[in-house]
Design a protein around this ligand. Sequence first.
Ligand SMILES: [Zn+2]
Ligand SMILES: [Zn+2]
Length: 272
Amino acid sequence: MVRVNCHVHSTESDGELEPREIVEMAVDEGLTHICFTDHFRMPKDVNDYRDERKHLDSYYEELNLLRREFFGKVKVLIGVELDWLEGYEKWFVEELGDRNYDFVLGSVHWLRDATGRMNRPHFPKGGLEVFGGERAFIELYLKEIRKMIEFGLIDCVAHLDVFRERLEGNEVLDNDWYREEVLDLLKLMESKGIALEFNCAGWGILGEQFPQRWIIEKAVDMGIGVTVGNDFHKLKHGSLDMGIDQAFEMLREIGCSEVLVFRGRKSEGLRI
Ligand SMILES: [Zn+2]
Ligand SMILES: [Zn+2]
């Protein structure tokens, strides 16, 4: 049986476990595939993470060694989570260099609010006046997702509606304008061959996966590929396989017969 986690953070970014500990845990938990998606560093003028996000060559060498060492036990894939920022397209391309990533997961973790400051779409709760209110905030977030897709360097959109963490409730999402904007995004993803992530971390935060079920249903209906991951950072938030089986169960219910993993930036369908 296939059990995959395609969204995992190690000590190379903001996770608490070393890559080796994660791979050993993946074997213990019976995962068949694990894809590292440590956050890539950010332009220093936006956020200087110093040593927290090094992404040194030694990290890639280590992951490659682990891939070979654990061959036959768990498939180790080497990805990266890219924090999209408009205006830094060239920077990303240059900094990512010629490393042979298997998978590039695209995320919007930063938004420029109306005061010009960088602000997170998923933290802290509330305080959306700086964006001009709830609707303006959501529209800005979705617009950034669109730009990131159009940029084209990514294989998959991570936690598409993670902005829900800042909302007081889901009522605003019942509006037609929201539904239409999301559908437009899905159409764009479909036309560009970009996958959608089923992110289990939402269960621990909001009691519901990211994105909402209707979005996953629509994506499956449109033939958009789906990856599954739980955004593993720390054990106190859940195990490395937290939510994976439930995600597969929901996908099967929806009528999705395969999930994607990426190898050398090419998708591979795994029957579920
Ligand atoms: Zn993320
Ligand atoms: Zn992540």
